[in-house]
Each structure stands twice: as structure tokens, then as C-alpha cells.
Ligand binder design. Structure first.
Ligand SMILES: [Zn+2]
Length: 256
């Protein structure tokens, strides 16, 4: 081993220690910044999406409305250890906004905290209908290019697991958007081989004029998956898959 090489080795051993000594919040900030730079200018989409343009070029100026389901008095599905769908979907949506914003898109959340969008007391009749109408108004007002509704699934059986994307016939491109996102969920999370499907009647998807999907990020009724879905790193992974799938949708739409 040459002296110069030993010197490099010694420096390399110090770097992780220096990074480790930083406060956790600073480390996370650095990491988020790094991811943002990579997403925006990086690494282009050539190896991820089969496009020669960088992600920033594909997503710059796009308007994406992200709709974390439920909130406030409506918890959505509840996991076996009290995990709440409304918290899971908000976590995923906040990470998703970060990725879109870093890539130059305008990302708008219908809610940024644990709240009901009607702004009315929980005992008012029709509070849920008013909440859902408000979500549609936000998507319409923003003139969004795509609308991403984020939910988590639940069934009687605790057996089922895996993220799945659903669409309606509100727009001719909704099914392509759903297939692009599902493809990345399968590839990135490695926890699902589900396919994108037409979903049941859903007020919000049926009333927005742009391509729209509901991503069910996993099953709250599966104990292992419910625990995973509350983990911020796994929420980031799911958000990353949804982000890449949406980028793939835009990239494919631009091809001659
Ligand atoms: Zn839901």
C-alpha cells in the first residue's frame, strides 16, 4: 500500500464519522438536497425511463395535484396496531411533493396536515360530501396536468398486501397514467405484482377533468404492511415509485 493510498484511506474513514456527528436533521437535509439535485439534473431519465431527456425537462412546469385521502375526524382504514390511513397517506404525499418540486414541477397538496377540508364541525351533516367537493375544486382551480389521489387499502382478511393503482373513465389518459405508476410500484417496492385496474365509482376521480388515479399504497389490514407503511423510509420508497411512474407517463406522452 503506497503512502498516498494510505492517506486516501485514512481520509475516507473520517468522512462517514464527520457526517455521522452532524445533527440528524442536518444529515436528512443534506440527503434530501442530494436527492433533489440528482432528480432535477441528474441522472436524466435515460436509464430509468428510457428517455433521453433529464427528468427536469420532462417535469418542468407541470402541475400535479396530490390528494391525501381522509383527514381530521375521518381516519380512513385503521391497522391492527392503530395505524391510521390518514397519517400514512399524508406522509407519502409530503415526500411525493418534495420529489416533484425538486424536479421543477408545481405540486399542490389538497391537505398538508391532519384536517377535514370542509372547515366545518364534525357533527355537520354532509361534511364528507363538502370535503370531497373541495378536493375537486382544488384540482380544477389549479388546472392540474394530473391528479393523484393517495389512499391505503383494507380488507376483512389480513392476508392481502401490495400497492395497486386504480383509474376511472373520467379522461382517456387515466388508464395509461395508472399503468405507468403501477409499473414503477412493482419495480421499485418489490412487494406487489398487482396490475392497474378500473376502480369502483369514486366521487373525486369521477369529477376531475384531467387524467387521474387512485394509488392504494398498501393494505392497512395486513399487520406487516401496516407497520411498514408508517415507516418514513418506506413511505419515501412508495412516493419515489409514484413520482417515477408519473414522470414516465409525461415522458411517453411527449414521444413522437
Ligand atoms: Zn382511503
Amino acid at each position: 500500500m503506497s503512502a498516498a493510498y494510505r492517506h486516501v484511506r485514512a481520509r475516507r474513514r473520517w468522512l462517514p464519522r464527520v457526517v455521522w456527528w452532524l445533527p440528524r436533521s442536518t444529515r436528512l437535509l443534506w440527503l434530501r438536497g442530494l436527492v433533489g439535485v440528482l432528480v432535477a439534473w441528474g441522472v436524466g431519465a435515460s436509464w430509468v425511463l428510457g428517455s433521453s431527456r433529464p427528468l427536469a425537462g420532462i417535469l418542468l412546469g407541470r402541475v400535479v395535484v396530490i390528494d391525501p385521502g381522509h383527514g381530521g375526524p375521518d381516519p380512513g382504514a385503521v391497522g391492527p396496531r392503530g395505524e391510521l390511513e390518514k397519517d400514512v397517506v399524508l406522509g407519502v404525499s409530503l415526500h411525493l411533493r418534495h420529489y416533484f418540486t425538486a424536479a421543477g414541477a408545481r405540486a399542490i397538496l389538497t391537505r398538508e396536515r391532519d384536517e377535514d377540508l370542509s372547515g366545518l364541525p364534525p357533527d355537520v351533516p354532509d361534511i364528507k360530501a363538502i370535503d370531497l367537493r373541495r378536493r375537486v375544486e382544488i384540482a380544477r382551480g389549479a388546472r392540474a396536468d394530473v391528479f393523484l389521489c393517495i389512499h391505503a387499502n383494507a380488507t376483512e382478511s389480513s392476508y392481502w398486501r401490495g400497492a395497486q393503482t386504480f383509474y376511472r373513465d373520467n379522461h382517456p389518459d387515466s388508464d395509461r397514467l395508472a399503468r405507468c405508476i403501477q409499473r414503477e410500484l412493482v419495480r421499485v417496492t418489490r412487494r406487489t405484482d398487482r396490475v392497474a385496474l378500473p376502480g369502483p365509482k369514486q366521487y373525486v376521480l369521477d369529477n376531475v377533468p384531467m387524467p387521474a388515479v387512485t394509488v392504494e399504497v398498501g393494505f392497512m389490514s395486513n399487520p406487516e404492511e401496516a407497520r411498514l407503511l408508517t415507516d418514513s423510509d418506506y413511505q419515501k420508497l412508495v412516493a419515489w415509485a409514484i413520482f417515477l411512474g408519473t414522470a414516465r407517463y409525461f415522458a411517453e406522452g411527449e414521444r413522437p
